[in-house]
Design a protein around this ligand. Structure first.
Ligand code: 4GX
Length: 249
């Protein structure tokens, strides 16, 4: 996948390919990552990219010309690319959306600073807006890094067998189960006995039950999206009754 981020702070966003799983995907050529600075497309001596808002008010707005020139230049090398603008007005990222993006051959992420970008630029050059959640950042860059991280790890071959994306939280719409490592007893707390039983079926059932139970307790709206089979329903009922919660609640 070819991915380009348009940003006034390229060094910030480039950190996303410096480390870890995303860095490895880039090194191995699964992810061809680049950044582009709209300031390089400004035409005045001050290389300005922002202006005061029409109608007044605080802050500045990113001007359309340098951004349009920048996007059109990117489109020459990535002719199939979807251009997504990071903004709280966009479709909120979730695991299914990340998977959709990971399936694209080319993607451009546009980061805004200041109060946002001139709306005419959004109308003409942006295919969709994307949000990472209902809170306000000071710029699109951290959001772009989140998007890149979430989709890069889904690229074919990005994760080792042991890290497989099939075991992730949300890949089946549920939260993850708890994890434990050595020591077996830490500060008077032993690990759940089943994990030492060697009974792989019992371990898988316990993990599934923990995922179901934790999702029911912490994110009931996620569980409502799912139709549980009889086995899962039974695991969940047992989990909730062990905790003294009325199953009909
Ligand atoms: N998920 N931001 C964009 C600039 C801006 C201001 C006003 C449109 C209108 C964000 C988020 C986010 C902060 C990025 C404001 N754009 N991006 N920036 N939440 O908060 O993606």
């Amino acid at each position: 996948m070819k991915l380009e981020v348009i940003t006034l702070f390229p060094e910030m966003v480039e950190q996303i390919v410096a480390w870890g799983v995303v860095g490895r995907a880039a090194k191995n050529g699964l992810l061809e990552f680049g950044t582009r600075n709209p300031r390089d497309y400004a035409t005045d001596v001050h290389r300005s990219v922002d202006g005061r808002p029409y109608g007044g008010g605080p802050g500045m707005v990113m001007q359309p010309e340098p951004l349009a020139a920048c996007i059109r230049d990117v489109r020459r090398t990535l002719p199939q690319a979807k251009v997504l603008y990071l903004s709280p007005q966009g479709r909120v990222l979730d695991q299914a959306y990340a998977a959709e993006l990971a399936a694209l051959p080319e993607l451009v992420l546009l980061c805004g600073r200041y109060e946002g970008v001139d709306e005419r630029l959004v109308t003409c050059e942006v295919d969709a807006e994307i949000s990472i959640g209902d809170y306000v950042l000071s710029g699109g860059e951290p959001a772009a890094m989140v998007v890149v991280d979430a989709l890069a790890r889904l690229l074919d071959g990005a994760l080792g067998h042991r890290e497989s994306a099939q075991q992730d939280s949300f890949s089946d719409g549920l939260l993850d189960c708890p994890h434990f490592t050595r020591p077996e007893v830490w500060e008077e707390q032993a690990i759940p006995a089943v994990l030492k039983s060697g009974d792989h079926k019992a371990i898988a059932a316990w993990r599934r039950q923990q995922s179901l139970g934790r999702t029911a307790e912490r994110r009931p709206e996620l569980l409502e999206q799912l139709k549980l089979n009889r086995q899962d329903q039974r695991l969940l009922d047992d989990y909730l009754s062990q905790r003294g919660v009325d199953q009909n609640d």
